[in-house]
Design a protein around this ligand. Structure first.
Ligand SMILES: [Zn+2]
Length: 266
């Protein structure tokens, strides 16, 4: 392994051919994107496996982590596609919804909900997660209720992190990884994640370029990422460019996405 080797960590949400949403990719697109990486020799790992190998220096030259945020029931549509390509998945769930079975609901995803798409909002259930876990998928935390963690006081922050982690541990025996809601964390939140017992955690927005165990970056892929655009986005050069000062400046100028709640000072 080369020194400083990084895994390529992808972030997805829902998987649906019937639901037109920035949060959903079709099965066809998901297969197309992952086939692109399989053909390039990427080896699939869970988020936790990649983290462990990275720390002991055993990360393969080209390693891929495929993550799914929120715990949409449509994540199950990804399972046969990942199986076909030999990649495990990592799903980060919002435990209150797994417990209640209520449709997913928080700032940024309630717009455009109607009769036709109601079923798309249903959460994965504990039985689904047990089955995924039994076949090598990792089940991580995405907090209890999906708040913007940077706006919470210390007690509320700790409750969101430890509450979801202990619930997943009760149901599945372990919970080592965390994805921050809205992909957003700062140093205070990262320290709280460590204190809550997670071994690693990941962001999604480009707001953070530090690559430390509790602020691991991910690349979000959407329906539009195909062909040359996809090839560039996941190429070594493309990934290095995303970490450059110019790219950071562009992301800052672009500002908050519509699905992200306003932060203090936003
Ligand atoms: Zn989320």
């Amino acid at each position: 392994m080369a020194a400083g080797q990084r895994p390529l960590v992808l972030a997805y949400h829902a998987v649906s051919s019937a639901w037109r949403s920035p949060l959903a990719v079709t099965e066809w697109t998901l297969r197309d994107q992952l086939q692109h990486l399989a053909r390039r020799g990427y080896i699939g790992l869970t988020f936790g496996e990649a983290e462990r190998l990275r720390r002991c220096g055993g990360l393969p030259e080209r390693s891929l982590v495929v993550t799914f945020d929120d715990g949409w029931s449509s994540t199950l549509r990804a399972k046969p596609i990942l199986d076909e390509l030999g990649f495990p998945g990592t799903v980060f769930v919002v435990t209150r919804f797994v417990d209640s079975g209520a449709p997913l609901s928080w700032f940024g995803i309630d717009n455009g909900r109607d009769e036709d798409t109601h079923g798309e909002y249903l959460p994965l259930q504990w039985d689904d997660l047990r089955r995924l876990h039994a076949t090598g998928w990792e089940i991580g935390s995405h907090t209890v209720t999906h708040p913007l963690l940077t706006t919470l006081d210390g007690d509320a922050l700790a409750a969101e992190l430890t509450g979801s982690r202990s619930r997943i541990c009760e149901q599945l025996g372990s919970c080592d990884s965390l994805a921050y809601p809205y992909g957003v964390a700062d140093e205070r939140v990262a320290l709280a994640a460590r204190a809550a017992g997670f071994a690693g955690a990941c962001v999604l927005t480009g707001a953070h370029v530090s690559d430390t165990p509790y602020l691991r970056p991910r690349v979000g892929l959407s329906e539009a990422d195909a062909g040359t655009r996809l090839a560039l986005k996941v190429s070594r050069g493309g990934l290095a460019l995303r970490r450059s000062p110019v790219a950071r400046a562009i992301r800052r100028a672009r500002g908050r996405r519509s699905w992200q709640p306003p932060a203090q000072g936003d």
